[in-house]
Design a protein around this ligand. Structure first.
Ligand SMILES: *[C@@H]1O[C@H](CO)[C@@H](O)[C@H](O)[C@H]1NC(C)=O
Ligand SMILES: *[C@@H]1O[C@H](CO)[C@@H](O)[C@H](O)[C@H]1NC(C)=O
Ligand SMILES: [Mn+2]
Length: 614
């Protein structure tokens, strides 16, 4: 009996040990990354909960007043220029005094050399940046309602993470100064500049010294080898101690009261990611302006970032955060807790590209939500060109996209491979970590994401492109020797009639497509017929296609043989004597308003309403 018990115990113990070993081995083998994530990061692990629902006005009026009183070049986001006649003034107003350059009273040959040289390595007017104060004032271009909006008195603390590689000295420091100056000190725990192995001399000791002396909340981490944007962000996040992580680009400027609108939605639900509005700092003049009044982030099926219009309910509340399907990428706030629950970024993503989709998809699909906050605005320099060579080998962006598609996009991945057949043969590497997260968090399907969150995306960016409605020459019935001819003209140029190519073998540009976007384009070009002239006989010009109807909306009425423009419909008409075309009131009696489109897809035309933009 006793022996039996002993042997039973032995068996149980053995079984128990086997289970333990298997679990340990399994985790070591498959779940290393997840365990590392859980241990590596420094942030608090508890969910932030506000102790009170009280709301307060977070504006710092003293600092706002100080900003209002500032004068000088580039102040208040006014456009600035480097010109000889201005240079006396530059000298006088120059407050930066950083770096080794002495400013000449007039633009000398060496000054304009410096302009060229700095432009070349930065892709923006860095010489001008050096003349603008690091703590310049910005215009408050928020919606009026933001100025009186109150936010929770209890908000989580923040670590701002700014990865950079060879960022220009003054644009980097302006980023840091703007964050420190425009954040409530009790909320801003730290700013971490992650130096992704920059080669510019000031990125090392001079930067560290400057921060130690002038910006004690800001510190740098110098990565020992070039890691790329994605791993640099992760490196910053791993050492951050704030409750919320905010990622910024290294050439940005935070605007007035930018922080509370980003933090409140996270305080209310930690599984929330919030993006600020991204304003434009013009690369040549450093002028600060809005890019628009907000849009929802999206993508097309080559994974180019796109934007969708706000929904009617969003428009009703212009100061409230609205849901956005995907983030633009560089600027966002997320709680440490949620970020690491999601596994951070996929560490298999190289350098840059696709990470904004990876994070956005998993935020939505794994129980979170993403908002854009109109009352939080951050300016960003959109470079004129990309100055740095990519450190990656081969098509690293394609490989990143394939990883995202394979882990998150389910059957929709096929739409991408249809357009980019090369992706089919790319080896995406080990996907087990991402797939493990999907399983562990019981994330929803991509179909759910498309139908619930990005429900209006397929209308604008159909996964399967519809065929075009019509193509070929467009011949006038009153003057059948004439066809519309855009003559290879460019943006904003008017065009009219020419003798038809077919009749006299001339080489005009007369092959047009009425696309499923409901615009008309000359064959092989992304230029569209555009009418913004609302007078009678409004002129028709070429303009880059925007696929968004409006001034570029055209419809072919095959019965009346009308080419109808716009939602307030007018008809294409012509003056054959002058070879001119224009739009005017439709008239069933007019023969000059009748056009023959060479090839028409009758079936598609009869389904007009259900295809493309409505
Ligand atoms: C601190 O800032 C001042 C003013 O911009 C500058 O002159 C000084 O060099 C900075 N200190 C260091 C150690 O860089
Ligand atoms: C005219 O355009 C259509 C549609 O883009 C194209 O299929 C066709 O080959 C073009 N014809 C000529 C003669 O270029
Ligand atoms: Mn950028």
């Amino acid at each position: 009996m006793r022996r039996n018990i002993r042997s039973l115990l032995k068996t149980l113990l053995l079984a128990f040990l086997t289970v333990i070993c298997t679990v340990v081995l399994f985790r070591l083998f498959r779940g290393t990354k997840q365990i590392e994530y859980a241990q590596k990061h420094n942030g608090p692990s508890a969910v932030f909960t506000p102790a009170t629902n009280e709301k307060i006005d977070w504006h710092n009026y003293e600092s706002i007043q100080k900003d209002m009183d500032r004068t000088g070049i580039g102040e208040h986001g006014h456009p600035a220029h480097l010109t000889a006649s201005d240079s006396d003034k530059y000298d006088e107003l120059d407050r930066t005094g950083i770096g080794e350059h002495g400013h000449p009273a007039h633009l000398t040959a060496s000054d304009s050399d410096k302009y060229d040289e700095l432009y070349k390595v930065n892709g923006f007017n860095a010489a001008l940046s050096d003349k603008i104060a690091l703590d310049r004032a910005l215009p408050d271009i928020r919606n009026k309602g933001c100025k009186t909006k109150k936010y929770l008195k209890n908000l989580p603390t923040v670590s701002v993470i700014v990865p950079f590689h060879n960022e220009h000295w003054t644009t980097l420091l302006r980023t840091a100064h703007s964050v420190v100056n425009r954040s409530p000190p009790e909320l801003l725990k730290e700013v971490i500049l992650v130096d992704d192995c920059s080669t510019k001399a000031f990125s090392k000791k001079p930067l560290d010294d400057y921060l130690a002396a002038n910006l004690t909340k800001v510190r740098t981490v110098h990565l020992p080898e070039r890691s790329g944007l994605i791993r640099a962000r992760l490196a910053g996040a791993h050492i951050a101690t704030g409750e919320v992580l905010i990622f910024l680009d290294s050439h940005t400027e935070a605007n007035v009261n930018w922080l509370p609108p980003l933090l409140e939605p996270i305080a209310q639900n930690y599984k929330t990611c919030v993006c600020p509005f991204i304003d434009v700092i013009q690369y040549e003049t450093f002028e600060y302006r809005a890019q628009d009044e907000g849009a929802r982030g999206a993508f097309d099926w080559e994974l180019f970032y796109k934007r969708l219009p706000l929904l009617p309910e969003d428009l009703k509340h212009p100061t409230e955060p609205f849901k956005s399907p995907v983030m633009a990428g560089g600027l966002f706030a997320i709680s440490q807790k949620f970020f690491w629950e999601l596994g951070g970024y996929d560490e298999g993503l190289d350098i840059w590209g696709g990470e904004q989709y990876e994070l956005s998809f998993k935020i939505w699909m794994c129980g979170g939500q993403m908002y854009d906050a109109p009352c939080s605005r951050v300016g960003h320099i959109y470079r004129k060109f990309a100055p740095f060579p990519n450190p990656g080998k081969g098509d690293f962006v394609g490989r990143n996209y394939k990883r995202v598609a394979e882990v998150w996009m389910d059957e929709y991945a096929e739409f991408i491979y249809k357009r980019r057949p090369k992706y089919r043969s790319i080896d995406p590497g080990d996907l087990s970590v991402g797939l493990g997260i999907r399983e562990r968090l019981k994330c929803k399907s991509f179909k759910w994401f498309m139908e619930t969150i990005a429900f209006d995306l397929p209308l604008k960016y159909p996964p399967i492109e519809p065929d075009d409605f019509a193509y070929g020459e467009i011949r006038n019935l009153a003057a059948p020797e004439f066809c519309v001819d855009t003559e290879f003209k460019e943006r904003d140029q008017e065009f009219g009639l020419q003798e038809c190519n077919k009749d006299n073998k001339k080489k005009g540009e007369q092959n047009f497509t009425l696309t499923w976007h409901k615009d008309i384009r000359p064959h092989g070009r992304s230029m569209c017929w555009d009418v913004s002239d609302y007078r009678d006989k409004g002129k028709v010009v070429l303009y880059p296609c925007h696929g968004g109807k409006g001034n570029q909306y055209w419809k072919y009425d095959i019965d009346k043989q009308w080419l109808i423009h716009g939602s307030n419909p007018r008809c294409l008409d012509c003056d054959p004597g002058q070879k001119k075309i224009y739009v005017t009131k439709c008239d069933t009696e007019s023969k000059t308003q009748r056009w023959r489109f060479e090839h028409v897809d009758m079936k598609l035309l009869s389904n007009w309403e259900s295809i493309g933009p409505s």
